[in-house]
Design a protein around this ligand. Structure first.
Ligand code: FMN
Length: 380
């Protein structure tokens, strides 16, 4: 199936699967343990029913919103995804370029193959930085000041990863970072030639932002262990308070599912929260983000920017998330699969699919602008 014939995100997922070695596809696609939360994120979207309004002039609709004080052409930003250049060299740059072209923010992950500075210099656009609170405090402070000097607008501190989730597909597949070819996965050189050629040409990716980091586990152990062991399990609200003092830009907590945590974020002076369970990759059994959203939105929605991620695969999901109280969504796998399926053209295709589906679902619901999407569209 050529890229242009991909009619939805699932088609892009299948194209990505065809191109990638199994270990890498599974690292992107999979979740923790029994993948209950991974499935629930989707199921929650599928449970929502709408009550479309009729006889509204929807010949023109406006999907734009104000997102953290600046315009965004869609109620969407690209979520941080680490380790993605293992699937296609330059994946972070590809996604950042597509985000810039579409006028939406791109979130750069701490474990990225390209540095904070390089993405800012080479691409620019609206850039947010996702901070993993690694144990080495000096290193962590340095990441924050690098993001500041490079002109990033926002920091999203990931708070749902005091330790890494148990993602069982990775050890089964022998997923390593850096990817180390062995007799088992070297079959991929034959069966996944496009990926193999890409890696032979460009070399296997590292983690540019973590160069010089004093890893306690030698690199070459599985990714969950290597990066996961560096997370500061002692991280608490005191750190967020300190960070608020160090970071003048927008500050969001990513990975909040409880209204009392959102309330505390507001009290400390955060600008927003991302209702997220890390795409079902951390606590298996955590609530679907769309189910957790309404209470959080009721509690802090007037004071904080409330974003949501997890399971967004359709334009109508963006409409549903807004109707339930999110200002915008973050897309992880949806845009990632696009980039894996077809590089920059694939990332564009993913955004084009989501955007055109959103426009259509707005028209079919009788709303003319993203601002008009509200709870009255929901059928209970
Ligand atoms: C391959 C992959 C890598 C990820 N890496 C990170 C990361 O480095 N930091 C982070 O905060 N979240 C990370 N996430 C979680 C995403 O930011 C986001 O919360 C999640 O993908 C949303 O769910 P969705 O994929 O269903 O859209 C990652 C997700 C995936 C799929």
């Amino acid at each position: 199936m050529p890229l242009g014939e991909a009619v939805n995100i699932e088609d892009l997922r299948l194209l990505a699967k065809r191109r990638l070695p199994r270990a890498i596809f599974d690292f992107f696609d999979g979740g923790a343990e029994d993948e209950v939360t991974l499935r629930e994120n989707r199921a929650a979207f599928e449970r929502v029913r709408l009550l479309p309004r009729v006889l509204v002039d929807v010949s023109k609709v406006d999907t734009g919103i104000d997102l953290l004080g600046k315009p965004s052409s869609l109620p969407l930003a690209i979520a941080p995804t680490g380790g993605i250049s293992a699937g296609r060299f330059g994946a972070e740059l590809i996604l950042a370029r597509a985000a810039k072209a579409w006028g939406v923010p791109f979130t750069m992950a701490t474990p990225s193959a390209f540095s904070i500075e390089r993405v800012a210099e080479e691409v620019g656009g609206r850039l947010w930085f996702q901070l993993y609170a690694v144990r080495d405090q000096e290193f962590r402070r340095n990441l924050v000041s690098r993001a500041k000097n490079a002109g990033y607008e926002a920091i999203l501190v990931t708070v749902d990863l005091p330790v890494s989730g148990k993602r069982e597909r990775d050890p089964r597949n022998g997923f390593h970072t850096p990817y180390s070819p062995n007799w088992r996965n070297s079959r991929d050189v034959i069966f996944k030639p496009a990926w193999a050629l890409d890696m032979l040409r460009n070399g296997l990716p590292g983690m540019a932002n973590l160069v010089g980091y004093p890893f306690s586990t030698p690199l070459g152990t599985d990714i969950v262990t290597a990066v996961g062991r560096e997370m500061d399990a002692g991280l608490d609200w005191e750190y967020i308070k300190r960070l608020r003092g160090e970071w003048p830009g927008k500050l969001l907590l990513k990975g909040v599912e409880r209204p009392d945590d959102a309330e505390r974020a507001a009290a400390i002076g955060c600008d927003g929260v991302v209702v997220s369970n890390h795409g079902g990759r951390q606590l298996d059994g955590a609530a679907a983000t769309l189910d957790a959203l309404p209470q959080i939105s009721r509690t802090v929605g007037k004071r904080l920017t409330v974003l949501l991620d997890g399971g967004v695969r359709r334009g109508v999901d963006i409409l549903k998330a807004r109707a339930l109280g999110a200002q915008a969504v973050l897309t992880g796998r949806a845009t990632l699969f696009g980039a894996m399926a077809g590089g920059e053209a694939g990332a564009h295709r993913a955004l084009e699919i989501l955007s055109s589906e959103l426009v259509r679902s707005m028209q079919l619901s009788g709303v003319r602008s993203a601002a008009e999407i509200g709870p009255e569209l929901l059928s209970f």
